[in-house]
Every structure is written in C-alpha cells, then in structure tokens.
Design a protein around this ligand. Structure first.
Ligand SMILES: Nc1nc2c(ncn2[C@@H]2O[C@H](COP(=O)(O)OP(=O)(O)OP(=O)(O)O)[C@@H](O)[C@H]2O)c(=O)[nH]1
Length: 309
C-alpha cells in the first residue's frame, strides 16, 4: 500500500518572488489565462477542474483534492498519487479549505515555488463561488423546518422526471398534510403549531432513504419524492410515515394525537411535475374526505393508456 508523502503549505495573500526574467513573462501570460478561465463560472467543482487542468501546463500533476468541512465540500479530481503537496487557503482570516495535489513523482522545490506562486489566482474566484453556493443553499431552505423548500422541490422533480423518462424508472411522490392544523393553531397558538411542524418534518425526513427527499410544500403540507419506487412501495412508505407521525409526535393535547393524511402518486409519464403533483393532491383530498389520518393512492395508467382505479 503506497503511503502518501505530504508537503504542507499555508497559502496567504502575498507577493511572490519571480525566478528568472524570461520565466516572468511566460508566467504573467499564464496567470492571465488561468484567471480568465476561472472567471467563467461560479461553480466550485468547475473552478477546481479548470484550475487543476491549467496547472498541468506548469507542473505535471495526477490528482487534486479539495476539502472544506464547514460547507461539507469534499472533491477528488483525477487520480491519486503517492506524493502530495497541500495548501491551506485563507484570506483575511477566513478559511477557504485545503487543496492538495498528488502524483507519483516527488515534487521538486522549483515546482513547489511555481505552484505556490499561482495559488493566489484561485482564492478570489473560489471565494466568490463559495459565497454563491452558500446563498443558493440558504435560498433553498425553509427556515422553520430546515427542510428544502418549494424552489428546491421543483428542481428535484424536474430532474427525477427526466431520469424516470430516460431510464424507464419508477418514481413516486407523497403529498402530506397535517390534519386539523388550524384548530391546533387556534387552540394552542402559532408557536405550538410551529413546534408540531418541526417535529413532523424531522420525523419524516429521518424516516426516508438517503436517495429520497422531503420538502416543505407550504403551510402544513410536505412533499416527498421517492426515487425508484413503484406504487405498492410508495404506499408502504406512506403508511409507515403515517404511523410514525401518529406514534411519535408530541401533541399538546394527549387526547388528540397529531395525524397526517397522505396522497400518493406514481409517475405516469406526465409531461411536467405540476401534473403529477396535482394527482397526489387529488388523492390527498380524497384521504381528507374519507376521514383523515389515512393514505390514498392516485390512479395508474394501463399499458394502453387508460386510467385504472
Ligand atoms: N404555526 C404555523 N401555522 C401555519 C404555518 N403555515 C400555515 N399555517 C396554518 O396552517 C393552517 C392550515 O389550515 P387549513 O388549511 O384550514 O387545514 P387544517 O386545519 O389542517 O384542516 P385539514 O387539512 O382539512 O385537516 C392555517 O391555520 C395556517 O395559518 C406555519 O408556518 N406555522
């Protein structure tokens, strides 16, 4: 098992010494080219790919790893080599993570000086991309429950529908609504209502698989996307969630447990997600009409396109 041989460096903004005057011009052109490339995107992974690829012109490298634990970012590009040199990136005392380059040949002093001299090119584009990513993430989160919001839901549904269509994969959704929530709010106040919303969100999010996703649809409604799930499986999941909420949510009124009604819809080649969500919503309406605290599944299509009950 090859061991990794590390050379670690702290990169901070400062002027670098140039080696020879001839190199200086080439390096200047190179820096300009890299900077131009890095400014073409605000995607963190893309920035690192560009940087890694451009650096190959300066120093042969195998892999590039980047880690920023604070934002849960961990990327490994290219192949991993036995020798490694890493840079801790920071600017104005702000930590921008660690970037490491690896290859099987030892790094020469001159190569390390070259790498260090261009490391500063990465920091501003990377900082901008990280801020952008943070802003997008925040905009996609519902602040009350911590679940992803409706904007994120639309993106996920578009992606899942596209995948189901292309790979002929099953996909189902659950539309979930807390029963008699208005009465609970009116009787115990909005803060208690908020607490119930948070509990239900946490229970459901914790009860689904990692590949599924739970969103706050709005108000006291939630939507769950179940990848790779046919209708019977989706019904089972829905029934399990219904029971979990019933058994585990702390209700302010011991005589009235918190319950949910759930509408289930399997993807039946709808053109876009609102059509699919409409069917789940219709099934949810039927669950409410039938007495609440229950699961109702929407119809499926037969092979010749007829709707079956
Ligand atoms: N506490 C709290 N309440 C909310 C929030 N968003 C929506 N609501 C309340 O949720 C309630 C929804 O009421 P309705 O749509 O009448 O539904 P319901 O009382 O649950 O009745 P059914 O769905 O028919 O069982 C309203 O009173 C809203 O004010 C929120 O973020 N926090």
């Amino acid at each position: 098992m090859p061991t990794s041989i590390g050379q670690s460096h702290k990169w901070q903004e400062r002027k670098h010494l140039q080696s020879t005057p001839g190199d200086a011009d080439q390096l200047k052109d190179f820096r300009l080219q890299v900077l131009t490339q890095l400014q073409t995107t605000l995607d963190v992974e893309q920035i690192l790919r560009i940087f890694h690829a451009e650096l190959q012109q300066l120093v042969p490298l195998a892999g590039c790893d980047y880690h920023l634990p604070g934002q849960s970012i961990s990327l490994n590009l290219g192949d991993t080599g036995r020798h490694r040199c890493s840079y801790q990136l920071s600017l104005n005392d702000e930590d921008y993570g660690e970037i490491a380059f690896t290859r099987n040949r030892r790094f020469q002093e001159r190569e390390l000086t070259l790498l260090e001299s261009v490391m500063g090119l990465l920091i501003y584009p990377l900082r901008n991309a990280l801020s952008y990513r943070r802003a997008i993430d925040t905009a996609m989160i519902d602040p009350l429950t911590g679940l992803s919001n409706r904007g994120a839901m639309a993106m996920t549904l578009n992606r899942e529908i596209d995948r189901s269509r292309r790979h002929h994969q099953d996909m189902s959704i659950l539309m979930i609504d807390i029963d008699h929530f208005k009465a609970l709010n009116d009787r115990y106040g909005h803060l208690t209502g908020d607490d119930v919303l948070r509990q239900v969100a946490r229970l459901m999010d914790g009860a689904i698989r990692g590949c599924d996703a739970c969103f706050r649809f709005g108000g006291e409604e939630f939507l769950i996307v179940l990848s790779n799930s046919n209708l019977p499986l989706a019904r089972l999941v829905a029934e399990r969630l219904r029971q979990t909420v019933y058994n585990e949510t702390r209700s302010p009124d011991p005589n009235n447990p918190i319950t949910v009604s759930i509408g289930v819809a399997h993807y039946e080649n709808e053109v876009d997600w609102p059509e699919l969500v409409n069917r789940a919503d219709q099934a949810l309406y039927e669950a409410k009409q039938a007495g609440r605290n229950r699961v109702v599944a929407s119809h499926v299509r037969s092979v010749d396109g007829e709707w079956l009950l």
